[in-house]
Design a protein. Structure first.
Length: 422
């Protein structure tokens, strides 16, 4: 496996250690082995070279001692910084944005995700065309050799490249629009069904897909409806929506979507906005958190900042502290206010989570008793298939039935309401 030196500038911000450990995880996710980490304390990066020149020499020396090929930076670098760092270290520089884009490019499965990632990658490359070694890293590039030394010819070629890339972006955007329009139609037809929607959100690898799969099993869904769960960053890039019906007839649409990481590249956020809109339209968000991770608190913060960035605001949220089984001594499943401590792999936990979800999302449901005459059988059928029936009695006048119903159903059924003597 290729080796890399990880590097970052510590400006004294509180989350720096967390960012560096995240960078190591991202590097592994791109199938590169982090070899050593070099950090410089500075108020801010050096404008032209990112690191100070002494540090760059240190990196170069470390590289020749370890045979590292890549230099992975914790920040997004300007095109100039990128080029200078490459020139002065002889390493292929990958900044944080390029690293995340690379992982996304590997993971994208559906046409929609592939288009989104391609657009984001091209946008990232547009101002960086001169940086030739970047092309070695990015497989989509037709290699253009070792930089543009002869200025005249280089410029022309670059202009050409720039235009080609811009055309490509336009073309891909058009395709994406079409695909998104199809998805939107699907979403609309779901909207019409008027079901409550619940979205699983959270940091990557927190266990969103595992939670989804176990909720699916609990409600007896086909095993082939399951989504991919895997111990790697960004296992999920596509939004999957599943219809769940609990044994009390309550139904929801549950969606699983891409996980977050701190400072998700804006090109990606932009490209994924439509997909992420799924979360924006939910009645309830379930934020899944890996409670066994020492950085859990920052991960919650990261998730909340990202949600804010994509415009998801004011939606009720359940905090679902997952992987409790990995923390010795932690009691689970347990609910406290809007928080649940649980393990997605534990059946009792999933049951409790499903109850909590229902309680929150169906808070506006009401319990009513109806007397339905025998010749109004279709209303009885409607109740039986849409509502949670608590009690049924057969009287001389008709069926006396107590049920928990949605406000809409309560409206329709009002005329059958049975006055209980109080
Ligand atoms: N021990 C333990 N492992 C869990 C639990 N929940 C999930 N995992 C594991 O954690 C890893 C990540 O789970 P996923 O469900 O793929 O995580 P995700 O949030 O969907 O991640 P992305 O799609 O990459 O954003 C997998 O290896 C799961 O088996 C849990 O409660 N306990
Ligand atoms: Mg997932």
């Amino acid at each position: 496996m290729d080796l890399a030196i990880l590097a970052g500038i510590d400006t004294g911000r509180e989350n720096f250690d967390y960012e560096m450990s995240e960078l190591a995880a991202l590097t592994e996710a791109a199938e590169i082995k982090p070899d050593l980490t070099i950090i410089q304390k500075l108020d801010k990066p050096v404008t032209a070279t990112y690191f100070g020149s002494g540090k760059l020499t240190e990196i170069k020396e470390a590289a020749s001692a370890t045979e590292a090929e890549f230099l992975i930076m914790n920040d997004e670098l300007t095109p100039t910084q990128l080029r200078n760092c490459e020139d002065q270290t002889g390493l292929t520089v990958i900044d944080r944005t390029a690293l995340i884009l690379q992982i996304f490019a590997r993971r994208a499965q559906t046409r929609e995700a592939k288009l989104q990632v391609q657009i984001a990658s091209l946008q990232y490359r547009l101002p960086r065309l001169r940086t030739s070694s970047l092309n070695r890293f990015d497989q989509q590039t037709a290699g253009s050799g070792g930089g543009f030394t002869s200025r005249g010819a280089g410029e022309t070629k670059m202009e050409l490249n720039r235009r080609t890339i811009q055309d490509q972006i336009t073309h891909l955007r058009r395709q994406l629009k079409e695909v998104e329009a199809e998805e939107k139609t699907k979403r609309k037809s779901r909207d019409r069904s008027n079901l409550k929607t619940v979205a699983l959100v959270g940091y990557t690898n927190a266990g969103k897909s595992t939670t989804m799969n176990h909720l699916l099993s609990l409600t007896g869904q086909d095993p082939d409806k399951q989504v991919l769960e895997k111990n790697m960053l960004f296992a999920t890039l596509d939004t999957s929506v599943r219809h769940l019906e609990f044994d009390d007839h309550k139904q929801i649409l549950l969606s699983d979507t891409v996980g977050f990481v701190s400072r998700l590249p804006h090109q990606l956020v932009e490209a994924f906005k439509t997909t992420l809109a799924e979360a924006a339209q939910a009645d309830l968000l379930v934020q899944v958190v890996d409670v066994s991770d020492p950085h859990a608190k920052q991960m919650v913060k990261t998730t909340e900042e990202t949600l804010e960035e994509i415009g998801v605001r004011g939606i009720p949220m359940i905090y679902a502290f997952n992987k409790a089984d990995l923390t010795p001594g932690l009691r689970y499943p347990e609910i406290a206010g809007d928080q649940i401590t649980f393990s997605a792999r534990d059946e009792e936990s999933i049951k409790l989570l499903s109850q909590m979800i229902k309680k929150t999302v169906f808070a506006d449901f009401v319990t009513r008793t109806y007397l339905i005459p025998f010749d109004q059988g279709k209303f009885l059928e409607q109740l039986n298939s849409n509502a949670t029936i608590q009690k049924t009695d057969y009287t001389a006048e008709g069926t006396l039935i107590t049920a928990e119903v949605s406000p809409a159903t309560a409206g329709i059924m009002q005329r059958f309401e049975f006055e209980t003597s109080k």
